[in-house]
Ligand binder design. Structure first.
Ligand SMILES: [Zn+2]
Length: 330
């Protein structure tokens, strides 16, 4: 398995998450996640490792709104090395306000601080997804993109949920130029950003926790779209075999699309011990082998893109079991 990793993510190390109010808790989206998952993959399969150093500025501008990307770059320029940015006021249009206030029209919540190198890291993660997609087209093999920061909560002009740029849709746009492509999201959370990118060209399939009672805590008046997407919700307290049966149903629907390529947003935050869950799901590390076995039966070439997963003491095992169930070559 060829695995693509970012070289610049270590410079993105958010300190505190204020989502639960004061006092803030230590941020869960930490650099050692990538190491733990990579070691787990290596324990179960032979890895051909590719380190990606570049930034995917062009791909990011092609996917996201220009003023949004411009803002993220501009605010980064103002930050000292250990400083973090968080908007203080949230309105739909702050374009007439001074730069430090403008973030409030792009930012979803107060859990996603921007450090001086966060946006560089996010551009590097986008490049990891892009390079992995190009490799799949060239080789006809599957690949794993260990993107960090993650991306599935990033919308055309919104950041949050630890995400800045939508790595999965950046990769999917590359793949869709060569054949039919879809995105399948198996992170604990609904990828509300990915959902906004879903269209006829690249539909979105997701199995997730109920999104009004879990992040992204949707507006009570919001109704989820039913076109260009297939969304399924799991129940609180659900164990592995019931979860797997739901995933099997979702994959059966996806297979009807006869896709050539599939981007899978992989989140290990479905693990029962992950602190980020509001409604506990009871998956164990060994369940990831069965999840991967279901994915391995899909005919499309698969690009695995890392999203969440924050139980650092179990990420090695989750990744190891996952790779033990996935196909190692095509
Ligand atoms: Zn998640």
């Amino acid at each position: 398995m060829r695995v693509f990793i970012p070289t610049q993510h270590i410079h993105h190390h958010p300190q505190k998450d204020y989502s639960d109010g004061l006092p803030p808790f230590d941020h869960l989206e930490i650099p050692s996640r990538v190491d733990a998952i990579l070691k787990g993959i290596q324990a179960a399969s032979t890895v051909d490792l590719v380190k990606v150093d570049r930034l995917a500025l062009e791909a990011v501008y092609n996917l996201h709104d220009k003023d949004y990307v411009d803002f993220l770059l501009a605010i980064s320029e103002t930050l000292e090395p250990e400083q973090e940015y968080m908007p203080s006021i949230f309105r739909n249009n702050l374009s007439k306000s001074p730069l430090p206030f403008q973030g409030g029209m792009y930012c979803q919540e107060i859990g996603t601080p921007i450090g001086a190198k966060s946006i560089t890291a996010a551009l590097n993660a986008a490049a990891v997804a892009e390079e992995a997609a190009k490799y799949i087209i060239k080789s006809g093999q599957d690949a794993f993109a260990l993107c960090r920061p993650p991306g599935h909560h990033a919308a055309p002009r919104r950041y949050g949920g630890y995400c800045f740029f939508n790595n999965a849709y950046i990769a999917a746009k590359v793949l869709a130029q060569q054949g039919r492509c879809a995105v399948l999201d198996i992170d604990y959370h609904l990828g509300d950003g990915s959902l906004e990118f879903a269209d006829t060209n690249i539909p979105y399939f997701s199995l997730h926790a109920e999104p009004w009672q879990n992040y992204p805590y949707l507006d009570a008046n919001v109704r989820l779209p039913t076109v260009h997407s297939e969304l399924m919700t799991f129940s609180p307290g659900m164990r592995g075999r019931f979860y797997l049966s739901l995933l099997e149903t979702l994959i059966a629907k996806l297979n009807k699309g006869h896709f050539n390529y599939l981007v899978v947003s992989v989140g290990f935050d479905t693990l029962g011990t992950d602190a980020i869950q509001d409604q506990s799901l009871l998956l164990e590390p060994k369940d990831y082998a069965f999840i991967a076995q279901l994915l391995a039966k899909i005919e499309a070439k698969i690009l695995l893109v890392l999203e969440g997963g924050y139980d650092i003491s179990n990420l090695f095992d989750c990744a190891k079991y996952f790779m033990s169930g996935f196909r190692t070559s095509c």
